[in-house]
Design a protein around this ligand. Structure first.
Ligand code: MG
Length: 370
């Protein structure tokens, strides 16, 4: 399957309501910044990274795809995902300007598109290409009810609605003040009852003393995990927190390489691994993280920079991937959107990685990629 053409694209898709915020970010749209790769037999693969829909920075990614990555891939066999991954990762000039960041996000889009092509060539959904299903359905947890920008009333109403819809897991944001977030956590726990999985996410805002204070007071709330409690790269501080609390720690949405995950695992600084195909260099690198997790008997809960279009395939085919985030923002942009029924993902059936946009999304949300 010789690669004949590569073209970047940008879609900006509105979030639920007018805007959402956590402790660190406030956004109105989600950016679907990707690559469309066509092979000589006419097969088309799509892959994308996820952004905050800031056009100038999105265009840095598309420029990297069009001017730096595409020339390295044209004429190559699209089925050689591992070889091509290393061809991009080892390109000396690119490696020099960025082993993480824009170059990795661009690499992610291209790698996912290659896996989409490979699955389409085999006429299999990606989970089938990866070895078949290890589970019939995947437990979803709902993040879209838990934003820090929601009023207390809206937070409780959303949590209750999610439970009524069949979700057995929800996640709420923390990272404002310790006292306010404790009060919101306790109110949500009271509202949903003790049998609902309740995770919290700090988005890296607090320092170690605030995290310690919060965790000591929250230990009776049955917190499923505390996600990104501290600054993203602070391995030793996470290890200190992990030793000090019974609440499991989760992280990974801001880590670019399997080596970064290995450092956290080696320092016993994490309990739940959260790699993201849109943050790391695609499916190829995330599969390495899942192998790492399996070897250490740690669970994986992928972070949904792709809003789970791609990650669902990993959860269906890889044992350590036990739960998956649910945020519906970009669902309706794809030929085969994610399907969640009674709080569980159902397996995609169409060949590929569930990344092919609909013509309607293409015309409605497309922004200039240069
Ligand atoms: Mg998070």
């Amino acid at each position: 399957m010789r690669i004949e053409h590569i073209e970047s694209f940008i879609l900006h898709v509105p979030v639920t309501g007018a805007s959402i915020a956590d402790s660190t970010h406030s956004i109105t749209h989600w950016g679907v910044v990707g690559a469309r790769i066509t092979t000589e037999d006419g097969t088309v693969g799509y892959g994308f990274t996820g952004t905050h829909a800031h056009l100038p920075s999105d265009q840095l990614i598309t420029r990297c795809i069009d001017t730096c990555l595409a020339p390295l891939l044209l004429g190559e066999n699209a089925l050689d995902t591992e070889r091509l991954w290393w061809r991009l990762a080892r390109q000396p000039a690119l490696q020099w300007v960025g082993r993480a960041g824009i170059t990795t996000l661009a690499h992610a889009a291209v790698d996912v598109a290659l896996w989409d092509l490979r699955a389409k060539a085999q006429q299999l959904p990606l989970w089938g290409l990866l070895g078949g299903a290890v589970r019939e359905k995947v437990r979803a947890y709902n993040t879209d009810i838990g934003w820090l920008s929601l009023s207390d009333e809206a937070l409780l109403r959303g949590a209750q609605t999610a439970v009524d819809e069949g979700y057995t897991g929800i996640k709420i944001k923390v990272g404002s003040s310790v006292e306010r977030d404790l009060q919101r956590l306790r109110a949500v726990r009271r509202a949903v009852g003790e049998h609902i999985t309740l995770a919290i996410d700090g988005n890296g805002k607090w320092d170690l003393p605030d995290c310690l204070r919060f965790c000591q007071a929250a230990e009776d709330c049955q917190v499923f995990w505390f996600e990104e409690p501290l600054w993203y790269d602070a391995v030793r501080a996470h290890a200190q927190l992990a030793r000090a609390t019974r609440i499991p720690l989760a992280l990974g949405e801001q880590l670019y390489t399997v080596d970064a995950f290995a450092e956290f695992v080696g320092q016993q600084a994490v309990h739940w691994l959260q790699p993201d195909v849109t943050r790391m260099a695609g499916v190829t690198e995330v599969l390495r993280v899942i192998e790492l997790a399996g070897a250490h008997r740690l669970p994986v809960a992928p972070h949904a920079g792709d809003m789970s279009q791609v990650h669902q395939h990993l959860n269906f085919s890889r044992t350590p991937c036990t739960v998956l985030e649910y945020i519906p923002w970009i669902r309706d942009c794809f030929e085969e959107p994610i399907r969640v029924v009674d709080g569980h993902y159902l397996p995609p059936q169409q060949p590929g990685a569930s990344t092919t946009p609909t013509p309607q999304a293409w015309s409605r949300y497309r922004r200039p990629s240069a």
